[in-house]
Design a protein around this ligand. Sequence first.
Ligand code: BES
Ligand code: MN
Ligand code: ZN
Length: 500
Amino acid sequence: MKISAISGKATQVKTDALVLGTFEGESNVPLAAEALDQAAGGVLSDVLKKGEFTGKHNQVIYLPAGENVAASRIVLTGLGKRKEYNTDQARQAVGKASAFCRERSLEHVVVWADIFLDTTVLFDELAVALVEGAILSLYKFAKYKTEPDDQGKQIAWLRVLTEDRTRLASLRKAVAYAELTSQAANRARDLTNAPSSEVTPAALAAFARNLSRRVTVKCEVMAPPELKKHNMNGILGVGQGSSNTPRFIILEHLPAKSSGGPIVLVGKGITFDSGGISIKPSAKMDQMKGDMAGAAAVLCTLDVVSQLNLPLHVVGLVPAAENLPSGTAYKPGDILRTASGKTVEILSTDAEGRLLLADALHYATGYKPQAVIDLATLTGACIIALGEHASGLLGTDRRLIEKIKRAAEITWERVWELPLWDDYAEPLKSEVADTTNTGGRPAQTIVAAKFLQKFIGDYPWAHLDIAGTFGVEKEKPYKPKGATGVGVRLLTRLLSDWRS
Ligand code: BES
Ligand code: MN
Ligand code: ZN
């Protein structure tokens, strides 16, 4: 799908579908669309007056545009109530409209940006959301389908229109930005949806190496011999039950000019989490091919960061391993000596993510980073607490946390902060080692974060638990069933707006 920004009169744009949104319960044609309505012989005012189109959320219809309008059809998409409107309603509305156009094999689509503008949204953020809505909603994981589905032809060209020439430059910028971020999110979805037989730790490393062909990107991969040299026994321990051996991936964006110290992103890369000897129940175990969603987010964010050539030194760290039970697997009761020197008594081999992250967070210290953010599908408890609507956010630095919250609101990859009080470290006390790897049932998301905190260096740190947000079981307006690619848009926004 080709994507571009254009300016001109809406009545004069040749296209299969001209997409506009209307608010629920407003029977007047939007002011900016009056000329279009007139040229189209009043089709818009007609359906709105008669209540045939109510503007309800997720409602989409199309109307013939008539001979005096260059577009063949007008596609109306519901924006919901004006007082509940925000950029995400626009993202969803365009998501719905794009899927609608594809189902009908409309190959050339124009989204009229001005019509989606309201007093509560900023034009630049809105323009980004419109394009994201389209690209994210059209995603399909079709690699393993040998028969074509009946979903219609792909949209060949998507153009975003403004009638206001003075807005064209910012529209162009927004469209280019949104194209990069949402395509990267779709790549993260691909990685996360792919079976673990393909996405092994070595395959994640190969994916990372491939990105490093770009000028600003450097990639280094440690295999077991180097992991041993670095005493990364957290990573090695978790991976020792599988013949797909672990890797530690370091991907760096090093622009010619950068301000401040490095920003380190860490992503949990468990390519399959069976639970190990503390094996999981078999129901839904297939979803654990996605236990590397944090890794996918970090790698794909680095991809975008390098394409945008942001003036920041950004480092991606991905500890990757497969957690399987076998004759060589690590076991409950084992004690691992992590890279930091701290020892961990294993009470459950299913609390494996934190062991990998312990080594990576310790390794991050060497960069003297100005901030470290990790993303991990860490605890089932986070799904219970926040469901699929927000990632858990915990951290040691107020400024960093507030920055993440801001980026989360803009991208609608929402986060919710949980407390990181020391009281929550209590259940991690061990009789035989420096810490256990699990506590009891209460507050597992926070206890897991307290475990991670034991391994951080003297740097501002934030942790995102994406167990609930990395996938959806039922499709949503721009989230097809399966992986969501969560984190890519959030982190890219955070880094684009970064001020030291
Ligand atoms: N990868 C899982 C967490 C998870 C579960 C993510 C479901 C996404 C969906 C993690 O490794 C895990 O197994 N956590 C355990 C921790 C427990 C043993 C302390 C959990 O949440 O049950
Ligand atoms: Mn686990
Ligand atoms: Zn896991």
